[in-house]
Design a binder for this molecule. Structure first.
Ligand code: AFP
Length: 314
């Protein structure tokens, strides 16, 4: 039974209450609420924290910012103390961390604590991305996720989640409480917006042709360089496509399957969209390693299908 029916005034529905209405187990409700709570400390760090470098680098050899390390520590501590997490993988950690031994009712979490952190010093929107599986195995297909969410730190702080029963948005109010702002979000079958990542002069032929197709049909270019705000724009406007394609010299693109693509593909598919690497659904990719990267075209079904046509050449 949705909380918000057309024409009915929406009373303030908090996250925990909405989760209880999803028919999921208490441990998963507790886990998602703990992650939401951690977001309050991350946004505080983003707004006031040190913008300098941490003096370390991550699994991908990328220089870590102090905010990357701090955000990662905030979220990891919350997960460990939640009591319902078995294994943890973070984009900022080199290997999987076991919070507790395998047992019934536990979950494993892969997360990017502060995606787009290099945008904070120019005051652009950034976000936390979270992928949740039952049990202890984090290297399984994204289709097996039991939940995915992101927290977007923009002009407003919003949290978007799905447990496989629709996609729902919560907005943080003046008391830093998350209240329901959009419920059962559904994307249009096609749209007129595109978000093209990567260097255009490194696009492969199929991608170049696809972008020309979009431009000729008058699609508007919207790209911030932050995966979370760019995907949020596609979901909330209900239209368009984001891509970070295979590039000449980088056949797997840039974005990470476990920490970025699987959770966003889970959310977009649950909102009626699609996500592909150009050949198959992102959610059906078998993760090969923690740092598995893949090309991505994600958004409205029609645009994603068109991208596959151009990219696969048939
Ligand atoms: P950072 O986390 O290093 O800032 O990268 C952000 C990101 O992983 C993702 O959020 C963007 O979609 C993508 O990189 C932008 O990459 P380009 O800067 O190459 O367009």
């Amino acid at each position: 039974m949705p909380f918000s029916e057309p024409g009915k005034t929406k009373f303030q529905v908090d996250l925990r209450r909405h989760l209880r209405n999803q028919g999921i187990c208490d441990n998963l409700i507790h886990l998602i609420c703990e992650i939401a709570e951690a977001g309050k400390y991350v946004i505080n760090a983003v707004r006031t924290g040190d913008l300098g470098v941490a003096g370390t680098s991550n699994l991908y050899g990328e220089e870590q910012l102090a905010l990357d390390v701090l955000s990662d520590r905030i979220i990891r501590k919350r997960l460990i103390h939640s009591g319902v997490v078995c294994n943890i993988a973070s984009e900022e950690m080199d290997e999987i961390f076991q919070a507790q031994a395998d047992a019934d009712g536990l979950y494993s979490v892969a997360y990017d604590p502060l995606d787009g952190s290099s945008l904070v010093d120019v005051n652009l929107a950034v976000g936390t991305i979270v992928s949740i599986y039952e049990g202890c195995n984090l290297l399984q297909k994204g289709r097996n996720q039991v939940a995915a969410l992101y927290i977007l730190y923009g002009p407003r702080v919003s949290l978007v989640y799905s447990v496989g029963k629709g996609v729902h948005e919560f907005t943080m109010n003046h008391l830093m409480e998350y209240t329901l702002s959009r419920e059962n979000i559904v994307m249009k079958p096609e749209g007129d917006m595109y978000s093209p990542g990567g260097l255009r002069n490194k696009y492969q032929e199929g991608t170049e042709k696809f972008v020309r197709y979009l431009e000729e049909k008058g699609a508007k270019l919207r790209y911030s360089g932050g995966f979370v705000p760019d995907i949020n724009q596609v979901i909330m406007k209900g239209k368009g496509i984001f891509m970070y394609p295979a590039l000449n010299g980088s056949p797997n693109g840039k974005l990470r399957l476990l920490f970025e693509l699987n959770p966003m593909a889970f959310l977009v598919e649950n909102a009626g969209g699609a996500a592909t690497d150009g050949k198959q659904s992102i959610l059906d990719l078998e993760p090969q390693s923690l740092d598995h990267r893949a090309p991505v075209y994600i958004g409205c079904k029609a645009e994603v299908a068109k991208a596959m046509e151009f990219v696969s050449g048939n």
